[in-house]
Design a protein around this ligand. Structure first.
Ligand code: UDP
Ligand code: MG
Length: 318
């Protein structure tokens, strides 16, 4: 891998209604990029902003041929914006960066250094989280659930502020699924990761585009895309209920046939109760079976690459 000064760093910035702070952001970003000993390109992906942000960015593009704008027709969400940016990036490494100033541009040289030292995935780890309490609690709950249900131990402090080498970008571009979390997919691809710690700042201007409702949707989407275990839940319940109801039913049948030796004095209602429990058990188990098949269809339709091969530092077969 050549990481000479001629290497190009692609910086992908998803933008949604950031007009208020975008100029300040761009100036700071370019100042830092000029300091690192690399060529660069900046790809802004305007995610259907309803403010003048895209016009400002178009101005930046006119002023500087290394800045480019990809403009969505409407709001598709940050995950799609980052995906489009990664698809379009032509550099030797791709850096993902938020436009709201929460990812300090001053940390970029440290990402680049790690990459130049050979890291192919460099993940920004935030300290001093500024999010409100409810958001912090929600994300803690989400990570715990994801760990329990999907066995995936995501690092809650790992952010979207990350750099991937172009070999990782190539693997990322092979992933075609629609419901996607960029961060989760980068994690899924594997590769050893290096970390850069940064202090998360308050967003410079505007409001977070992610409302609680959007975040909740994001959490549910990640869960569905990363874990199939919710589909097994009814199967597990059914697996407990059905044998219990069967045993209970048998006990009651024996009791009935032998004229109540255990003195249970079971009423008609009790018999009915056990019968219903039995039928519910059958329903739960059959739902669980459907869930099993659905989980297979789910993974098939995601159509992820079967495996990811690390082509580096490996003796060529031929
Ligand atoms: N963003 C986007 N589309 C959206 C929402 C947000 O492209 O629908 C961008 C936004 O402009 C910012 C980044 O994604 O650059 C992070 O968004 P935000 O600050 O709202 O999220 P948070 O800081 O809560 O992760
Ligand atoms: Mg933000």
């Amino acid at each position: 891998m050549s990481k000479s000064p001629q290497s190009v760093l692609s910086v992908v910035v998803p933008v949604y209604n950031e007009a208020a702070g975008i100029r300040q952001f761009h100036t700071a970003l370019v100042a830092v990029l000029k300091r690192v000993s690399l060529e660069y390109e900046v790809l802004y992906v305007d995610d259907g902003s309803s403010d003048a942000g895209a016009q400002y960015i178009a101005d930046f593009c006119r002023e500087d041929s290394q800045t480019h704008l990809i403009k969505f027709t409407r709001n598709f969400g940050k995950e799609m914006a980052t995906t489009a940016g990664i698809h379009a990036a032509q550099g030797d490494a791709v850096l993902l960066l938020d436009a709201d100033g929460q990812h300090p541009v001053d940390a970029i040289p440290r990402f680049v250094t790690k990459w130049q030292e050979g890291a192919r995935v460099v993940v920004g780890r935030r300290t001093g989280r500024q999010a409100p309490l409810i958001k912090r609690m929600g994300s803690k709950l989400f990570y715990t659930l994801l760990h329990r249900m999907a066995g995936i131990a995501l690092d809650p402090s790992a952010s979207d502020f990350r750099l991937i080498d172009k070999s990782v970008q190539a693997d990322f571009n092979r992933i075609r699924e629609h419901n996607r979390i960029t961060r989760g997919l980068v994690d899924w691809l594997g590769y050893e990761r290096e970390y850069v710690t940064y202090q998360e700042k308050e967003r410079t201007d505007g409001v977070a585009g992610y409302s609680l409702r959007k975040l909740l949707k994001l959490a549910v989407d990640s869960m569905v895309s990363l874990s199939i275990s919710p589909l097994y839940v009814t199967a597990y319940i059914g697996a407990v209920v059905l044998p219990a109801a069967t045993l209970l039913g048998l006990a009651m049948a024996i009791n009935f046939l032998l004229h109540d030796p255990l003195h249970m004095h079971a009423t008609g209602g009790a018999y009915l109760g056990v019968l219903i429990l039995f039928l519910v058990g059958i329903l739960l188990v059959s739902q669980g079976i459907i869930g099993l098949y659905l989980s297979h269809i789910h993974t098939e339709t995601q159509n992820r690459p079967l495996y990811v091969i690390d082509n580096e530092n490996v003796a060529d077969r031929s």
